[in-house]
Write a protein that binds this ligand. Structure first.
Ligand SMILES: CC(C)(COP(=O)(O)OP(=O)(O)OC[C@H]1O[C@@H](n2cnc3c(N)ncnc32)[C@H](O)[C@@H]1OP(=O)(O)O)[C@@H](O)C(=O)NCCC(=O)NCCS
Length: 171
């Protein structure tokens, strides 16, 4: 059975295995900025502390606070999901409230759909009555994940040659 857990350092080994599987691709919903030192226990500890601090403090100017949860199973890290507490101009257009990513070896098992369903409970507990979800128009896996959780397409917006689908989920 998968679980959504608050990020913690006990998942170092499987997080690194997962990181290798992503092969440098952007890990949606993981909160990685690209300058973390994940090769040492101290660096990983700092990354986890940075994720946790975002519950109450935005990472930097222009960012919003965010709750990160990790998708884990049998003690192994499988993916990440982040719930942004509010929208700013960028998130309203392109990013939405929630971002998620599942490591390549764990995809197509229903994990993203399950994780989104569970983070919606947290969104409700935090006082949201609806959340905005976005995905690239060509990202069928993400679109189906959103639609599987009741996402209603509001519109598609084009920017710089790519098209973003914008969905609302009523909680
Ligand atoms: C998008 C992503 C999170 C989906 O994770 P997942 O755990 O494989 O998703 P699920 O197993 O819950 O599948 C969700 C739905 O997408 C479908 N799906 C999954 N992968 C698919 C693919 N490659 N092509 C088409 N459909 C796909 C599933 O069949 C399922 O549809 P259904 O509910 O109609 O049966 C994962 O592919 C990923 O991490 N991608 C890279 C990061 C990313 O795109 N994040 C989202 C940014 S908006």
């Amino acid at each position: 059975m998968p679980q959504l857990v608050i990020p913690n350092t006990e998942f170092l080994a499987s997080f690194l295995d997962s990181n290798a599987e992503w092969k440098g691709a952007h890990q949606d919903g993981a909160g990685l900025e690209g300058d973390e030192d994940l090769t040492t226990a101290a660096g990983f500890e700092a990354f986890v502390a940075q994720l946790l601090s975002q519950e109450t403090e935005p990472l930097k100017r222009g960012y919003v606070t965010c709750s990160y949860r990790w998708i884990v199973e049998d003690g192994h890290y499988l993916g990440s999901i982040g719930l942004r507490h509010e929208l700013n101009g960028y998130l309203e257009e392109f990013g939405g409230h929630i971002g998620y990513g599942v490591r390549p070896s764990a995809r197509r098992r229903g994990l993203a759909t399950w994780a989104l369903e569970h983070i919606l409970e947290l969104a409700w507990d935090q006082g949201h009555d609806r959340v905005l979800l976005t995905c690239d128009d060509e990202n069928l896996a993400s679109a189906r994940t959103i639609e599987g959780n009741g996402g209603v397409l509001e519109d598609k917006r084009e920017h710089g040659g790519s098209v973003t689908r914008r969905y609302w989920i009523q909680l």
